[in-house]
Ligand binder design. Structure first.
Ligand code: AGP
Length: 613
């Protein structure tokens, strides 16, 4: 969950690091720091709080050099404070380290190292790693070797980056397990290391991603990738197509608002090259799906967390309806420990924006060990979830910076729809006329999303009405039941208002007891096969004094008579209605949180990429 940046080259490392950390601010953190080699000495600046505190510190006591590392910390061991902030310097003052992950055996290692004379200057688990490296360094090993040997002692998942004043020509980075990525950016006479692509995208698009149990030795002119047993590995260079400007806020007040508005473009890009409107066929080449394998599949299990799991729930309806193939959806953190029943006729499909969510990656590994085929839908190109899978679909969302996922929710909805049509086609589950209709409907999506965005003012008006509420209930059914979950998650994570998503049909089994004037009900009731059922749900809520905000399709004449507020939606083919229905809910959450003056892009306690269990 921490952000990492490293630089070696001719630029001012301090500036590159601060700039890179700024682009990782969205990950959420509680302290930040950097270490730069200045005149042969390692100089550290670090403080608790926002990056602006670190920048101030650097302004007061400047530091310059051509080699350095930086870090934003999300505390796991030890309170957020200057002494616990990374980087951590060893006792000799020669070696300095930043770390992402949890050293599971840190207490035991700390005791051993203390007994051997190490002096600990922080309460962090990370500090044991730098003392371990120093132990080997002092026996005459070089930095690469000392780091490699030290890594053999720590348990858990880790990403680390180390430099030494005795070897100013290199940065050493390593990845063990799934505690976040390590990406090496390749420049001309300069190289970069980062936890995430946006940190270094301004300087290079040529990137190498470390796999688990790999190290990188990064110098000004080249990079070397090694396995943890010391063998050299040919690095695979990926060209990142993301635009650096896409990681800027531009004219928008918040990244989240910008990203909501980017959905016309991201969905247009999602269709481009994948949908052949002339032949009415879908192409998903990176999935490596053959007709014979499509016919062999007996079950798909979708695994994901948070927003991505809501996309998976919509995917269940789409794949079952269109391809007539059974689908289960499982929360990755549950799936990984449940001893799931899988075989080689099961496909496990992971959905993850970051492609680095620890629970999702662990669930994928569990699925692989049980012989299932693995697919993934990911946004971050080159991420672990993409590399682990036998086939993947790359979301075309571009960098998503706001912690609350928006454009990386609608892209997988469309990806899952395309997957459903492809599977239906290959398995002979849909007739050509049905396929043509399903594909023709896809063409409408960017324009329909654009229409939803043009209606932002209607959402702002409802946001004003709801901004002081303490609770909110979101109700949906069928393909839009997950829309209720997603709307509620958006509201709770950025506005801190208690919100629940519920399958509307379950209300009478308990939750209806909650309804009164203090509990606004947001009813997702577009014209889909569950419309009539939703209408009676709205009636029941009104009969109990609830304030109802209904999402209704243009031209609906019944809901305006019952509901207190209407959020109008353009007429959308029902299988695609979750794509349009979620837009006003994203905007509603955004405007409520913004009008409460909250930190929309970095909500408290949350991080963009959840790389711990
Ligand atoms: C979404 O708004 C959340 N911040 C969160 O639920 C997120 O979707 C979840 O952590 C999964 O992340 P991933 O898609 O990167 O795996």
């Amino acid at each position: 969950m921490c952000g990492i940046v490293g630089y070696i080259g001719d630029r001012d490392a301090t500036l590159v690091i601060l700039n890179g950390l700024k682009r990782l601010e969205y990950r959420g953190y509680d302290s930040a720091g950097l270490a730069v080699l200045e005149n042969g000495h390692i100089e550290i600046r670090r403080d608790a709080g926002k990056l602006s505190r670190l920048s101030l510190l650097v302004d007061e006591t400047p530091v310059h050099g051509k080699l350095g590392i930086g870090h934003t910390r999300w505390a796991t061991h030890g309170e957020p404070s200057a002494r616990n902030a990374h980087p951590h310097l060893g006792n000799t003052g020669d070696v300095v380290l930043v770390h992402n992950g949890i050293v599971e055996n840190f207490l035991e290692l700390k005791d051993e190292l203390t007994a051997m004379g190490a002096i600990f200057n922080s309460e962090t688990d990370s500090e044991v790693i730098v003392h371990l490296i120093e132990r080997y360094y002092s026996t005459g090993k070089n930095l690469v070797e000392a780091t490699r040997l030290a890594l053999g002692f720590i348990r858990g998942a880790h990403s680390i980056v180390v430099i030494s004043s005795r070897e100013p020509d290199k940065i050493v980075a390593a990845r063990i397990g799934n505690a976040g990525g390590v990406v090496v950016g390749l420049g001309e006479n300069e190289n970069f290391v980062a936890s995430d692509i946006p940190a270094i995208l301004e300087y290079t698009r040529q990137m190498v991603f470390l796999e688990s149990s790999q190290m990188a030795v990064v110098s000004k002119k080249d990079i070397k990738v090694l396995s943890l047993d010391g063998k050299e590995i040919e690095p695979q260079v990926h060209t990142i197509s993301w635009d650096a400007a896409a990681a800027e806020k531009g004219e928008y007040r918040h990244f989240m608002q910008k990203e909501i508005h980017e959905q016309v473009r991201s969905l247009t890009d999602t269709l481009a090259g994948r949908v052949d409107f002339k032949t009415s066929r879908i192409r998903l080449p990176e999935l490596n799906l053959t007709e014979s394998f499509a016919k062999q599949i007996q079950k798909i299990v979708i695994i994901a967390c948070g927003t991505a799991s809501h996309a998976g729930m919509v995917g269940k309806t789409l794949i079952e309806r269109i391809a007539r193939l059974p689908v289960e959806v499982d929360i990755a953190s549950e799936f990984r420990y449940r001893d799931p029943i899988l075989d080689d006729k099961t496909v496990v499909l992971a959905i993850s924006q970051s492609g680095e969510t620890a629970d999702t990656l662990a669930a994928m590994e569990e699925a692989r060990s049980k012989g299932a085929a693995l697919w993934s839908i990911v946004n971050v190109v080159g991420s672990q979830a993409m590399r682990l899978a036998n086939g993947h679909i790359a979301m075309q969302s571009g960098p998503e910076i706001g912690v609350a996922s928006t454009k990386a929710y609608t892209a997988p909805l469309v990806d899952l729809y395309m997957l459903a049509v492809l599977l239906g086609d290959l398995r002979g589950a849909i007739k050509p006329t049905e396929r043509e209709k399903l594909i023709a409907d896809l063409r409408l999506i960017p324009d329909l999303v654009g229409q939803c965005l043009e209606r932002e003012p209607q959402t702002e008006a409802v946001a004003r009405a709801l901004m002081n509420t303490s609770h909110c209930l979101y109700l949906g059914r069928g393909v839009n039941m997950p829309t209720a979950y997603e709307g509620a998650l958006k509201l709770k994570e950025i506005s801190y208002i208690h919100a629940e998503g519920y399958p509307a049909g379950e209300m009478k089994h308990g939750p209806i007891a909650l309804i009164d004037r203090q509990m606004p009900v947001i009813a997702i009731a577009p014209r889909d096969p569950w419309y009539e059922k939703m209408l009676s749900q709205v009636e029941q809520a009104k009969a109990r004094g609830g304030i109802v905000i209904a999402l209704a399709t243009d031209g609906d004449e019944r809901l305006p008579d019952i509901a207190d507020h209407i959020l109008w939606l353009p007429e959308t083919p029902w299988l695609l209605s979750p794509v349009t229905a979620v837009i006003p809910l994203q905007l509603l959450a955004y405007h409520i949180a913004a009008s409460r003056g909250l930190d929309v892009d970095q909500p408290r306690n949350l991080a963009k990429s959840v790389t711990v269990e």
